[in-house]
Design a protein around this ligand. Structure first.
Ligand code: 13P
Length: 287
């Protein structure tokens, strides 16, 4: 079922677990994530960055693929199709294309402009029953070619954005997209606790899920994180399995060149990574 992320995240916050957002890049990614969610009876959020949306031939193509798969694969667990780090224009395009959840990332704007743009989208999403994620304090690392350093959000600004009526809030707590550098000081739980105190019951979102140690993930969930985004880790699993297949010369044996064979180990590797994350986040059996 394609649904807004609101109910699944409120349940997660109450139940002290987190729902994974796994970013999709193509058919194999989407199928692997949906099948794993169904097998584990876990709610799931499919994340689509603007770059990935373009790569997959536009948001309408993505909506068609996801809706078709949910029906044809008999997926009954709650699935949200979510724009990841959307621009204002991207958010509008995804609303029109039929996404069930939107992230508007106004973290790089002055707070007044972030508030103004987020407010417009709160109204649009309310009318259509879509969930909306807002962001305060830029997440570091590289995404779609944009490189930022991990910031810690101002808890007062978080409250201003939360009060607009968004569904969930991503607050920078020293997290970074992609692999963490050797000298990364870790998540700022001080910031997370201060944000939580200001925003109360609002489900919090932790970006940059790849490579965060298990104990930090668990502590973040205990402090109000109800959604955790994972992207790079599935890419690395896919890459390692595909590399192994080719290095072992399997693509040269029989019909090993058939894309359905060539992409199968990578597909299985994504499934294993998603399973591992769902178990760690505690969302198994919560559909
Ligand atoms: P990673 O690529 O570090 O897992 O981050 C994903 C993310 O936060 C998407 O918004």
């Amino acid at each position: 079922m394609l649904v807004s992320a609101k109910e699944m995240l409120n349940k997660a916050r109450e139940g002290k677990y987190a729902v994974g957002q796994f970013n999709i890049n193509n058919l194999e990614w989407t199928k692997a994530i949906l099948l794993t969610a169904q097998e584990l009876q876990s709610p799931v959020i499919l994340g689509v960055s603007e770059g990935a949306g373009k790569y997959m031939c536009g948001y309408k193509t993505v909506v068609g693929m996801v809706k078709g798969m949910i029906e044809e694969l008999g997926i009954t667990v709650p699935v949200a199709l979510h724009l990841d780090h959307g621009t204002f224009e991207g958010a509008k395009a995804c609303i029109n294309a039929g996404f069930s959840s939107i992230m508007f990332d106004g973290s790089h704007y002055p707070i007044e402009e972030n508030i103004e743009k987020t407010t417009t989208l709160v109204h649009a999403c309310d009318v259509l029953g879509l969930s909306l994620e807002a962001e305060v304090g830029a997440i570091g690392g590289e995404e779609d070619g944009v490189i930022g350093s991990g910031e810690c959000a101002d808890p007062n600004e978080c409250k201003m954005i939360a009060d607009l009526g968004v569904t969930m809030l991503a607050a920078g707590i020293g997290n970074i997209h992609g692999k963490y550098p050797e000298n990364w000081p870790g998540l700022s739980f001080e910031t997370l606790a201060a944000v939580k105190e200001k925003v109360g019951d609002m489900p919090l979102v932790l970006h940059g899920g790849t490579g965060i140690p298990e104990d930090m993930i668990k502590k973040a969930i205990s402090l109000g994180v109800a959604k955790i985004n994972v992207n790079t880790e599935c890419q690395l699993s896919f890459q390692a399995a595909t590399r192994k297949y080719i290095e072992e010369g399997k693509d040269l044996q029989g019909k090993g060149f058939d894309p359905r064979k060539l992409l199968a180990p990578g597909f299985e590797a994504i499934k294993a990574t998603v399973k591992e994350k769902m178990e760690l986040f505690g969302s198994v059996g919560k559909a």
